[in-house]
Design a protein around this ligand. Structure first.
Ligand code: FPP
Length: 246
C-alpha cells in the first residue's frame, strides 16, 4: 500500500471514475473490542470515517455514494447498541447537514424509516427534505435496509399498480423493475467496498450489484482512510468489466 494520500490520489484516472460506490461499513464492534471499549465507541469512530469518506467522494466528484448504516437484521442487537447507533445518526445529521447542504449533496434514504423511533426518524426526514432540491452527489444512507426486503417491497408496489390498472404484467422487465427499488433512477453500483475482512454481501443491494466490482480489505471501518477509498478506485479502474460479454 502506498501511504502518501496525495500521491495515491494522483494515480486515479479522473475520466474513469466509478459513478456509484457503495460501502458496507463493517468492523466497528471489533475495533472497539480490540481496545476493550464498548461497541458504541467503535460506531462513534465509524461516524468520523463517514464524514471523511463523504468528503473524499465529494471532492473526487463521485456521483452516488451509498453507505450501509443499519440493516433490517441489526434490530437483533442489544437495545443499548441500537439506541447508540440512532444517537450517532442524529449527531451526524446535526453536525453535518449545513455542510452537506452547502456542498449541494442530496441525502436519500434506502429502507423503511417508518420503523425508526420518532426522534431519529424526524431528523432523517429533515435532512432529506432540506437536501431534496440539491443537484450534486447523491448520498444514499441505507437505514433499516435489507436487499430481500427491498425486492419484496418493490414487488408489492408493482402489484398495487397492476391492481390500480396503471401497469400490466407484461410491462415488468429487468429495467422497469429497478424503478420499484429504493435506488429508483440511479445507476447500479460500479464498486462495492467491504472492509473488516468479511467477504459476504449481508443482504446489501442484492438486485443492484449483479455486475458490480468488489473490493475487500482487512482494515476495520474505524481505520478506513481516504487512501483506502483511492486504492479501491484505482483497483476498480484496472479491472476488465465484461458484463457477461467477452
Ligand atoms: C457494522 O459494524 C456497522 C454498523 C452496523 C453500523 C455502521 C454505522 C456507522 C459507521 C455510524 C453511523 C452511520 C452514519 C451514516 C452516520 P459491526 O458493529 O457489525 O462490527 P463488527 O462486525 O466488528 O461487530
Amino acid at each position: 500500500m502506498i501511504n502518501n494520500t496525495n500521491e495515491l490520489k494522483t494515480k486515479i484516472n479522473m475520466d474513469k471514475l466509478p459513478k456509484h460506490i457503495s460501502i458496507i461499513m463493517d468492523g466497528n464492534g471489533r475495533w472497539a473490542e480490540k481496545r476493550s471499549l464498548p461497541r458504541n465507541f467503535g460506531h462513534q469512530e465509524g461516524m468520523k470515517r463517514v464524514i471523511e469518506t463523504v468528503e473524499a467522494a465529494y471532492e473526487l466528484g463521485i456521483e452516488y455514494l451509498t453507505l450501509y448504516a443499519f440493516s433490517t437484521e441489526n434490530w437483533k442487537r442489544p437495545a443499548s447498541e441500537i439506541e447508540g447507533l440512532m444517537k450517532i445518526l442524529i449527531i451526524y445529521i446535526r453536525r453535518e447537514l449545513d455542510k452537506i447542504t452547502k456542498n449541494n449533496i442530496v441525502i436519500n434514504i434506502l429502507g423503511d424509516i417508518s420503523e425508526l423511533h420518532e426522534i431519529p426518524r424526524r431528523e432523517v426526514e429533515k435532512a432529506v427534505e432540506r437536501t431534496k432540491n440539491n443537484t450534486g452527489m447523491v448520498l444514499n444512507i441505507a437505514l433499516n435496509y435489507g436487499g430481500r426486503d427491498e425486492i419484496v417491497h418493490g414487488i408489492k408496489e408493482y402489484l398495487k399498480e397492476i391492481e390500480m390498472g396503471k401497469v400490466s404484467v407484461d410491462d415488468l422487465n429487468i429495467n422497469s423493475f429497478s424503478s420499484y427499488l429504493y435506488t429508483k433512477g440511479q445507476p447500479d453500483p460500479d464498486l462495492v467496498i467491504r472492509p473488516s475482512g468479511e467477504q459476504r454481501l449481508s443482504n446489501f443491494l442484492l438486485y443492484q450489484i449483479a455486475y458490480s466490482e468488489f473490493w475487500f480489505s482487512d482494515v476495520l471501518w474505524p481505520d478506513f482512510k481516504a487512501n483506502h477509498l483511492y486504492e479501491a478506485i484505482i483497483e476498480f479502474q484496472n479491472r476488465n468489466r465484461r458484463f457477461g460479454g467477452i
